[in-house]
Write a protein that binds this ligand. Structure first.
Ligand code: ADE
Length: 873
């Protein structure tokens, strides 16, 4: 239960675009997670054919639910399920009444009605408008039907349909996943039809919208923008389901709307803290379609309150070179709201969206506590066709709890939960002790059973279900154990014990060959700290620290205490001589300012690492710790200063001086005029005659290679000192006025990039898309995991930072993919070769993502290899 609760917390943070191909978990009819109380019916033939017997593959009672009497064609009898929370429902499986070969009834056809609030019921229709779903042809086979479009709902009714008079009985299972977005409705102007000479007529309406359409405005429903299907680059092409061109998109024409923007309102199930919204937009500029130029979102705390005065505004970088449809991520600055109103401003004649997804955490407990839908503990992919019988494997619990009315019952519920929690913790501790002993004796088995992940190939007909293996010994899902919520996760050594293969093969190289790191696994942290080699390459970070923006490089926990101001060997600069110019960024720790530093050149003396002045004032970047920082944050800040003061390399940001004799603590570094590499590249195109002729900012492949060489050089230097960066990415590489790259660590100091980080509530903030599998699964950060991140950074560079790594995977799926990297059974998803990237360079990237760290190249080798690609570097 503890793990379920923790997983619930995790789930509130795992918010990405939903992928219907993977959202196919059994919801709990078969295994009983859907409780009898939540299964009702309009009628039942006998007590023994009541709704509680409508569980797929089960044979209790008389073996199925059967409505009273014989079903007439005009009858509406239904089986109703309350899923207790909003679910993205993708698949329905039905069976007839087998009753150990004595049953004879089944539903040949059925239809569905659903309701998100229990009041308004909506009839489901497929994409071509048909309500009827073909059901069973005998009493025993499960017939599995994909729902196109999927349904976002809490309540579902299955209504058997008959052409003649029949007795019908049904058993069912539903498949899907929790609807994390929490979006319950959006409203927008009605989509329009594009008619252009020489092109097919392209209706861009929201054809699956389930709300109301009045006076050309959609309201109160969900539709194509939340069906998990993203549109193609060329919207005019037909896609699956024999649909019409433009089907995937909802589109609007600028002039027809008057104000130059499309206004959409979004309503949520409860108050949430929003980090971002991702809008999948078409960009076929040759046909007058572009992503929006800017967006302004207003927030409402409660549905009945006023819109707050201060909207969040965001300007996009328009792109009329690359016609690919893309996700545009709009940061929402952690604003709390239960409704948003966003105005998307046109950049061209048309704007077309195919999907909108919100990333948020729920920050207010609902008055009715929704149960937690957790993923099954393990599953394999079983490719089933639309009429395949589902295997009889057991699935594990995924749903707990029920709603309680009123505060007394909530209180009682809480108390009972706490007591049960305590009992389960004690049980788990005892159990753990027992199982750990067993595991020591049976390492291979636990390896296979525990390391189970859910992401797999994206077929339309994959159901994620339990594998045909003997029941597991474990009570808690391995998903949690292997992933971030493992209570033992903080102690990678413990997990290593449980995964002995790791320590023998994949991990071995971290401690020996390949990298010049001291083998700290062979000594206590204290001994290592005392060794003469710089000691920051941690093969054994005790606690998983996140990236905070005030941690520059990884430092064993021990050093934190050992730092004092006295250790800082960099000069104290009089703070009154720092003249504020502008704010460069801000983050949790404080702010980064651009300042003029009066007399800094004289202060630092000959040979100071300052750019030529040409009579201009010296500009510096000043990172300032916020006044109310905790003592931990202060410690980290001082620690960062100490580490930076030891670094001196042309490709590493240079600390110039500090102001630490009074508050607020400041560190002063060189100012990099061209900002960060991510921003720099995302605003540029690949050099061509076109970019030259039109004065479009561009970069050449040679520039990209030169950048890569510089980063590898900086990292080679860090690795030679056994420093582990832990957050290498283009956002953390800065460019000076000559386009020299310097590695820095200000990722989190700018909220701009917060969607690159995955936040575990109350714990670490992790750049999961850049992290090696062993960093995510074991909390293990080494130079070899920096090499992995370097591979991702190369990938970013050669995609010109136009896309986030694994942009089609949600954060949860990225973590799942990590498990596939560990298992190495060929199911891991690699970043694909960027079109601009020479194949030999992509091979280097792939080496960086080797499962075994001995197989990853060292920075020295990468540097040498990259130099051969870029001979002038
Ligand atoms: N943003 C954060 N640090 C910076 C620096 N040193 N130069 C320019 N922009 C920055």
């Amino acid at each position: 239960m503890l793990l379920y609760l923790l997983l619930a917390i995790l789930q509130t943070n795992i918010n990405g675009q939903i992928d219907p191909a993977h959202c196919r978990y059994p919801l709990g009819m078969e295994d009983g997670r859907i409780k009898n109380d939540d299964i009702t019916a309009s009628s039942q033939w006998y007590e023994t054919t009541g709704p509680q017997y409508a569980r797929l593959n089960r044979e209790e009672g008389d073996g199925a639910w059967c409505p009273a009497g014989q079903l007439q064609p005009s009858d509406v009898q239904y089986l109703q399920l309350d899923l207790r929370q909003l679910i993205f429902l993708t698949v329905v499986a039905t069976q007839g009444r087998y009753a150990r070969n004595s049953g004879n009834e089944y539903a040949r056809k059925y239809r569905l009605e659903y309701s998100r609030d229990g009041r308004r019921w909506i009839s489901w229709r497929n994409r071509l408008g048909s309500e009827i779903i073909m059901g069973n042809i005998n009493t025993y086979d499960s017939v599995v039907r994909d729902l196109h479009p999927p349904i976002i709902t809490r309540f579902l009714r299955l209504i058997p349909v008959t052409d003649a008079i029949h007795t019908v009985c049904m058993r069912v299972e539903l498949f899907g996943c929790a609807w994390q977005d929490g979006l319950t409705a959006y409203s927008s102007p009605e989509g329009q039809t594009m008619m252009a000479p020489g092109y097919p007529i392209t209706p861009l309406n929201d054809s699956t919208y389930d709300g109301a359409l009045e006076r050309r405005k959609l309201s109160g429903g969900l539709g194509q923008l939340t069906d998990g299907v993203i549109g193609q680059d060329d919207f005019a092409q037909r896609r699956m389901y024999r649909l019409w061109p433009g089907y995937d998109y909802v589109g609007w024409r600028n002039e027809s709307l008057g104000p130059g923007f499309v206004e959409m309102e979004f309503q949520f199930d409860r108050q949430r803290n929003f980090t971002s919204v991702k809008i999948h937009s078409n960009n076929m500029f040759s046909r007058g379609v572009k992503i929006f130029a800017s967006v302004s979102c207003a927030f409402k705390l409660h549905l009945i309150s006023e819109w707050e005065a201060e909207p969040v505004e965001f300007h996009t970088v328009l792109d009329d070179r690359n016609p690919s449809a893309r996700y545009v991520t709009v940061p929402l600055k952690h604003r709390s709201a239960s409704a948003l109103r966003c105005r998307f401003y046109f950049a061209d004649t048309w704007m077309m969206f195919s999907e909108i997804s919100f990333q948020s955490a729920t920050n207010v407990l609902p008055t009715q506590r929704p149960p937690v839908l957790t993923p099954p503990s393990y599953e394999v992919n079983s490719e089933v066709s639309d009429t395949t019988q589902i295997t009889e494997d057991r699935t594990t619990p995924s749903k707990t709890g029920s709603p309680e009315e009123g505060s007394t019952s909530i209180l009682i519920g809480c108390l009972v939960t706490i007591i049960l929690l305590l009992v389960v913790i004690i049980f788990l501790i005892l159990w753990c002790q027992y199982v750990c002993k067993v595991l020591e004796k049976a390492p291979r088995r636990i390896l296979e059973e525990e390391v189970t992940v859910r992401l797999s190939s994206s077929s339309d007909t994959i159901i994620l279900q339990t594998p045909p293996v003997p029941p597991r010994v474990s009570l808690d899902p391995p998903y949690e154990r292997i992933f971030l919520l493992d209570p033992q996760y903080q102690d990678p050594a413990a997990l290593r014990n449980k995964l002995p293969e790791l320590s023998q093969s994949a991990e071995a190289s971290a401690c020996s060959g390949g990298y010049a790191e001291p083998d700290v696994t062979l000594c206590t942290p204290h001994q290592c700290f005392q060794s003469s080699v710089p000691h920051y390459a941690e093969t054994d970070i005790i606690s998983l620290q996140g990236v905070t923006g005030s941690n520059m490089y990884a430092v064993p926990a021990l050093t934190v205490d050992s730092l004092t101001r006295k250790d800082i060997s960099v000069a104290e600069f009089p703070r009154e001589r720092l003249l504020f110019r502008e704010k460069l960024g801000e983050g949790q720790f404080g702010e980064v300012h651009l300042c003029e530093a009066e007399g800094l050149a004289e202060f630092l003396g000959e040979g100071a690492p300052l750019p030529e002045q040409d009579g201009r004032p010296v500009l510096v970047a000043v990172k300032q710790l916020r006044a109310d920082a905790t003592s931990n944050a202060r410690n980290d800040f001082l620690k960062e200063i100490k580490i930076m003061s030891r670094l001196n390399n042309p490709n590493i940001i240079q600390l110039l001086c500090v102001c630490v004799s009074s508050d607020p603590l400041c560190m002063v570094t060189e100012y990099m005029e061209n900002g960060d590499l991510n921003m720099f590249l995302s605003q540029r195109e690949l050099e061509s005659t076109l970019t030259h002729a039109n004065n479009i900012p561009s970069v050449s492949i040679a520039d990209l290679l030169h950048m890569s060489v510089q980063i590898s050089s900086g990292m080679k230097y860090l690795a030679s000192l056994n420093f582990v960066h832990r957050d290498l990415a283009t956002r953390n590489c800065l460019l000076d006025r000559h386009l020299t790259i310097k590695i820095s660590d200000f990722g989190m100091s700018r909220n701009l990039y917060s969607s690159d980080y995955y936040r575990i509530q109350g714990r670490a903030v992790l750049p999961i898309r850049w992290m090696a599998w062993e960093s995510i699964l074991l909390g293990k950060f080494t130079t070899a995991s920096d090499v992995w991140a370097f591979g991702v950074t190369l990938w970013e560079i050669f995609t010109l930072c136009k896309e986030q790594p694994y942009s089609l995977l949600s954060d949860e799926q990225v973590i799942e993919n990590t498990g596939e990297f560990f298992r190495n059974q060929g199911r891991q998803i690699f970043l694909s070769a960027p079109p601009l990237c020479p194949s030999s360079l992509f091979e280097q990237m792939m080496r960086c993502w080797s499962r075994d760290i001995v197989d990853r190249p060292s920075f020295n080798r990468l540097y040498q290899a990259l130099r051969t690609f870029a001979p002038h570097s």
